[in-house]
Design a protein around this ligand. Structure first.
Ligand code: AHN
Ligand code: ZN
Length: 334
């Protein structure tokens, strides 16, 4: 037999075994279908679109709170959410930082079906870190990062989900929050550490002062650093502690969709991130989808808080795996 002929025979036999077997128990004697591949219930997440939203944020330059680039990018995000049909609320405030200085907060909130009681909260941080303190060179440590992965990736995925929500609504209400001031924690080159919680200031503020009276959601999903090639979203420990059922729902959905390699059944460490204040203030039991590594000194990707966190490190496949998984979860919600 020629190679092509053999190949078709093998394909035909394999397909026959997987898809159609004689049905002994059913009366009609018809063939039934088994071992079918999973049919997603959500619209297709467009990774090119998400990639472009990441690129557009990075093009503003570092989005460091208090800078013109930050303000301009905030205007862009607000306009995008509005153009995708969300009801947009902005929350502005000022907080005191570890060095005693004051910093502005601008949280950006987009709501779908705000009248519905059952809600799912999706969130990411949109600010970027003012210093690349994981660089080895001391001068480079003082420079701000581009934050393609750390910041822009989660926001880019959520903008694409917002675009899809306008085209096809979910059965439950969705709130998308872009938190500000996540990433101005005290730099590792400081010698005197000031006591206090300096990460996640935007989400701390919102969790204490939500945009609606006593806001609650059924659950929450944070996307942080979801863009780098071969991202591994290990099961982060606060997520397991506060929302183990949500972890199981998301990881099993990812496996069904064929994204098991991005969502391995392995634990990561405890990560102080925007889901922590949301959990602590009981706004929603929330998980963190975050790229964690067991073989790097920081536990994050090697580009974390360095000048390498730029578009070279963004892979559409990782955006797709995280974005499609979150979409499947929210479109199945009743
Ligand atoms: C800590 O390193 C304590 N938290 C990291 C949270 C983070 C920073 N996510 C992105 N940048
Ligand atoms: Zn960061």
């Amino acid at each position: 037999m020629k190679r092509a002929g053999m190949f078709s025979l093998v394909v035909a036999l394999t397909a026959g075994m997987l898809l159609t077997v004689s049905c002994n128990s059913c009366q009609s004697g018809k063939r039934s279908t088994v071992a079918e591949t999973y049919q997603p219930q959500s619209p297709a997440f467009n990774a090119d679109s998400a990639y472009r939203y990441v690129e557009e944020q990075v093009a503003f330059g570092p989005r460091v709170p208090g800078t013109a680039a930050h303000e301009a990018c905030g205007d862009f995000l607000t306009a995008k959410l509005a153009s995708f049909g969300a009801k947009v609320t902005e929350q502005r405030a000022e907080v005191t930082h570890y060095d005693g200085g004051r910093l502005p907060i601008r949280n950006i909130i987009g709501s779908y079906a705000p009248e519905l009681e059952k809600r799912v909260l999706l969130f990411a941080h949109w600010d970027t870190r003012p210093y690349a303190d994981e660089e080895s060179d001391e001068e480079r440590q003082q420079q701000p990062i581009a934050g393609a992965d750390d910041g822009a990736s989660g926001v880019g995925v959520l903008l694409e989900i917002a675009r899809q929500l306008q085209l096809q609504p979910t059965e439950v209400g969705i709130d998308i929050i872009f938190f500000d001031l996540e990433d101005w924690g005290q730099p590792s080159f400081d010698t005197q550490m000031v006591e206090g919680d300096w990460w996640c200031l935007g989400s701390q503020y919102w969790a204490a002062h939500p945009h609606t009276d006593d806001y609650k959601a059924a659950y929450g999903i944070l996307l942080d650093m979801v863009g780098s090639p071969n991202a591994t979203f290990l099961k982060e420990e606060y997520s397991v502690q506060y929302a183990s059922d949500v972890v199981e729902k998301v990881w099993s959905t990812a496996a069904r969709l064929g994204y098991g390699s991005y969502f391995p059944a392995r634990r990561g460490g405890y990560i102080t991130d925007d889901h922590l204040p949301v959990n602590q203030q009981k706004r929603a039991p929330s998980i963190n989808i975050i790229n964690l590594k067991r073989d790097t000194p920081t536990g994050f990707g090697p580009h974390w808080h360095t000048l390498n966190d730029d578009m070279r490190n963004i892979d559409r496949n990782s955006l797709k795996a995280s974005g499609q998984t979150v979409m499947e979860v929210i479109y199945l919600e009743r």
